[in-house]
Design a protein around this ligand. Sequence first.
Ligand code: C5P
Length: 221
Amino acid sequence: WRGGPLAGRRVLITAGPTREAIDPVRFLSNRSSGKMGYALAQAAREAGAEVVLVSGPVSLPSPAGVAVVAVESAAQMYEQVMARVADCDVFIGAAAVADYAPVTVAGQKLKKHRDRLQLELVRTPDILAAVATHRPRPFTVGFAAETERVREYARDKLARKGLDLIAANPVGPGQGFDRDDNTLWVFWPGGERDLGTASKKALARRLITLIGERYGQENRT
Ligand code: C5P
């Protein structure tokens, strides 16, 4: 691995969905497969990095040479990421973290006594924003899955969360989640690049190469 663009760098990646418990047998989640995050972990490893992957529940094999930390909820993912943020050079938030979780988790299985049931939800911690405001902080990379105005929302997210780089992918019917291919447009404070449409594995290699370039230019060696 010695000659790779991320040789000797420590890379922390989140991947997959999170599950937010409603009761002992039910949860709220989303359609993320984890494929993009796992492909990034493998590509970062192949680029010479030491990789830790904090992963929500997925049905994918662990990439060779990558340490996988399995979590379920956004709160657990937050805890495992923040415990490691001081020890990484690059952070990539590829997980589809649930934005809301039930305020309370019922101790017993909810019964269907009533015709209507209201669930009260509360915002989950924004892991990516917490990493970006941590000091010292790693080179921080986020994802933006958008159904419209992709470029505008991605640029806005880059600035608002104070990121070094953001990879935007158009999602919707037939695009994005739970597929093997993807489309990525990447933005950073001084520029942008279209990484095209390709397999998630190929896009992961392109994104890791770009991260290696940008990280080098920020003179963090
Ligand atoms: O704001 P939005 O959820 O669209 O931002 C997406 C990016 O933020 C992704 O990189 C995702 O992994 C990250 N994120 C996070 N924690 C959250 C919500 C999103 O790390 N609670």
